[in-house]
Design a protein around this ligand. Structure first.
Ligand SMILES: [Fe+2]
Ligand SMILES: [Fe+2]
Length: 164
C-alpha cells in the first residue's frame, strides 16, 4: 500500500507487524528447542502464547479498521530471525548458545516495542482510543518479555563467560 497519509501509513505498519508476529510465532518453537536453560525455555514458551494474543489483537484491529487482514512481509523481523538462526547454528557450547538466544530474542522484542509504540501513537492521533488501548496492551507485554530476558541474561552471560 502506498503510504501517502497517516491513516495509510498506520494500516501499512499494522500489516507489517502482523507479518512480524506470524514470523515470530514460527521462530519461537525453534528457539525453545535450541535453548538449554529451563528458565529460558519457559520464558520463550510464555511469550509464544502471548505472541498468539498479539496476532489476535491485530486481526481485531485490522478487521475493524479496513475489513481485511493483508499481511505485508516484515523484512526487519525476517533479518533478525535469520541472525538468530545463525547464532543457534554456530554455537558449539550450550551456555554460549543460550546467551546468543537471549541476545537475539531481545533484539526482536526491541523491534516490536518500537513498532507498537509508534502504532499506539498513530492510533491516538487518528482518534481511535480502542485501538490505542489494544496496541498498548501488546506493547506492555513486549516490555515485560524484554525485562524477563534481561534478568535471564545475567545468569546466561555469566555461564557463557566461564566457557574456555
Ligand atoms: Fe509480539
Ligand atoms: Fe514479542
Amino acid at each position: 500500500m502506498k503510504s501517502d497519509n497517516l491513516l495509510k501509513l498506520y494500516f501499512d505498519q499494522l500489516d507489517q507487524i502482523h507479518s512480524a508476529e506470524t514470523q515470530i510465532r514460527e521462530a519461537l518453537p525453534k528457539m525453545i528447542e535450541a535453548a538449554t536453560e529451563p528458565e529460558l525455555k519457559v520464558a520463550l514458551q510464555n511469550h509464544l502464547e502471548q505472541t498468539t494474543d498479539h496476532a489476535v489483537r491485530l486481526d481485531k484491529i485490522l478487521m475493524e479498521a479496513k475489513g481485511v487482514v493483508d499481511p505485508k512481509p516484515c523484512k526487519g523481523i525476517a533479518a533478525l530471525i535469520s541472525e538468530g538462526e545463525d547464532i543457534i547454528q554456530d554455537a558449539t557450547d550450550d551456555s554460549v548458545r543460550d546467551a546468543g538466544i537471549v541476545a537475539s530474542a531481545q533484539k526482536i522484542e526491541h523491534y516490536e516495542m518500537a513498532a507498537y509504540g509508534t502504532l499506539r501513537t498513530f492510533a491516538e492521533i487518528l482518534g481511535n482510543p480502542e485501538h490505542a488501548d489494544l496496541l498498548d496492551q501488546t506493547l506492555e507485554e513486549e516490555k515485560y518479555a524484554d525485562a524477563i530476558l534481561t534478568s535471564i541474561a545475567d545468569t546466561a552471560n555469566d555461564k557463557a563467560h566461564k566457557v574456555a
